[in-house]
Unconditional design. Structure first.
Length: 135
């Protein structure tokens, strides 16, 4: 019985993730993207990789948003490195404005108008499409 519930829970979470990912992808497809801020979270690390080289264009931000996948907090913590650069911005969609953050190391998030946050991770295909994002 426990195995059945564990399978059902995994199936439900997988379906919710796929639905969130498909909905987010569809919403962002025709969005107007604007970068609002670039910052170094740890200025000491700038000597190793200058944040001015990270997500320099709107096209790079769009590529990350469209090619990344929805991840859990657990995946972000254990499967990705997070470095010192961050880019924030907004995406104007047909349904309104979304806020996004992209972090060096291949993670990011999109925040909806109601405060709901979706975590994103950039894996193999995404890392090839978006240069210098995965660290």
């Amino acid at each position: 019985m426990r195995i059945y519930f564990a399978f059902l829970a995994a199936l439900t979470i997988g379906t919710q993730t796929a639905n969130a990912e498909n909905g987010l992808s569809a919403e962002l497809k025709g969005a107007a993207i604007t970068i609002t801020e670039r910052r170094a979270l740890d200025p000491e690390q700038e000597k190793y990789f200058p944040c001015s080289e990270f997500v320099k264009t709107v096209e790079e931000a769009r590529a990350f948003l469209l090619n990344s996948t929805v991840i859990s907090p657990h995946e972000r913590h254990y499967n990705f490195n997070q470095y010192h650069c961050a880019v924030t911005g907004k995406a104007i969609t047909k349904t309104g404005e979304l806020q996004f953050t992209i972090l060096l190391g291949g993670t990011g998030s999109v925040t909806y108008r109601d405060g709901k946050e979706v975590l994103l991770g950039c894996r193999e295909k995404c890392c090839k499409v978006v240069a210098k994002i995965c660290g």
